[in-house]
Unconditional design. Structure first.
Length: 330
């Protein structure tokens, strides 16, 4: 090896090593919901452009998995597609983990089928319950059992795994109780797995966050939902979700900030940036922005260090964020 090549190799290795062992002014560890991931990652990506000395990692282990890490003090921020549960609240108190709850967007949960499915024109909440209720396990196996005009073909269901906040919200909204669901379906905390499953299965039906439909709308067909047989069939969009028309599958999404981490200046900068950008970036990744007043109240909640959940002993289904935050911030 000649001297020039040797010197070039040494210099390249030095650059690679220095990038691997870069000194950061601060680190922010985030984990949790796959539904909230696209928004938080988009915010983090934009924040990194102006703050390259802050290392932000965003993981995906589902809302439940994210809370487990958060309540052990392993992460600074937890993405969540549902409010913290009663059990998790008890664990936070036991472990001495205080947190600030911040809603960041709305999501209209998408009900989807394959484009190869030509017979589903809409679906009612009652029909979704007939498909997904615990009592339907090993009994409701064919589309015709759900609606007599549908064909007598196999019904293949795809949905969120049990550690997912999407699973908790969907089961409460459709079956009346969190975690009340049949178990004989293809389950995953990774929404991309569900997208792949439904898109290639003409007999399939699935549910997940709207962003994953938006990202894959060339592979899927969105099914309008009727609250009851006499109601209008509605699809999730800015208007129907923000104004509570797409019911009961409109939900707020959250980040939870560890109260001790919130004292770090770079975490404060990140949360301020997040709430300033969340409205614009929500649309870009396929979700629905919150009203501007809700973002203002959320930032006020953060700056005042108001800890705890506004949803303690309350259902999130049909909730009014503006009203809840206005009362709790006083």
């Amino acid at each position: 090896m000649n001297k020039f090549l040797l010197l070039t190799t040494v210099m390249l290795n030095t650059v690679l090593l220095s990038s691997c062992f870069k000194e950061y002014k601060g680190r922010i560890n985030i984990d949790g919901s796959s539904s909230v991931y696209p928004l938080t990652e988009a915010v983090a990506e934009d924040f990194r452009k102006e703050n390259s000395d802050i290392r932000i990692t965003v993981g995906v282990s589902g809302t439940g998995g994210g809370f487990k890490k958060f309540l052990r003090g392993e992460t600074d921020i937890s993405n969540a597609s549902r409010p913290i549960s009663t059990h998790e609240l008890e664990l936070s108190r036991k472990n001495g983990i205080e947190f600030i709850e911040i809603p960041v967007s709305y999501d209209g949960m998408a009900i989807v089928v394959s484009p190869k499915n030509s017979f589903v024109d809409y679906i009612t909440v009652a029909e979704l319950k007939k498909m997904w209720s615990p009592e339907s396990q090993n009994k409701v196996k064919f589309w015709k059992q759900v609606r007599s005009s549908w064909p007598n073909t196999k019904l293949n269901l795809y949905g969120a795994g049990t550690s997912s906040g999407t699973y908790d919200y969907f089961t409460e909204a459709i079956n009346g109780k969190p975690k009340a669901s049949r178990g004989d379906y293809t389950a995953s905390e990774d929404d991309n797995v569900l997208v792949q499953g439904v898109s290639s299965d003409a007999s399939g039906l699935g549910y997940f966050g709207l962003a994953y439909f938006t990202e894959n709308k060339d592979k899927l067909r969105l099914v309008p939902v009727k609250y009851n047989e006499h109601a209008e069939a509605v699809i999730p969009n800015d208007s129907t979700v923000q104004h509570g028309i797409y019911q009961p599958l409109s939900r707020p999404e959250f980040i939870y900030v560890n109260a001790k981490a919130a004292d770090k200046p770079y975490v404060q900068e990140f949360i301020k940036f997040y709430l300033e950008q969340a409205g614009k970036l929500s649309r870009e990744v396929g979700y629905i922005p919150l009203p501007e007043e809700v973002y203002k109240l959320s930032y006020e909640r953060f700056t005042k260090r108001i800890t705890g959940s506004v949803f303690e002993n309350k259902s999130v289904v049909g909730s009014n964020l503006l009203q809840l935050l206005s009362i709790d911030n006083k």
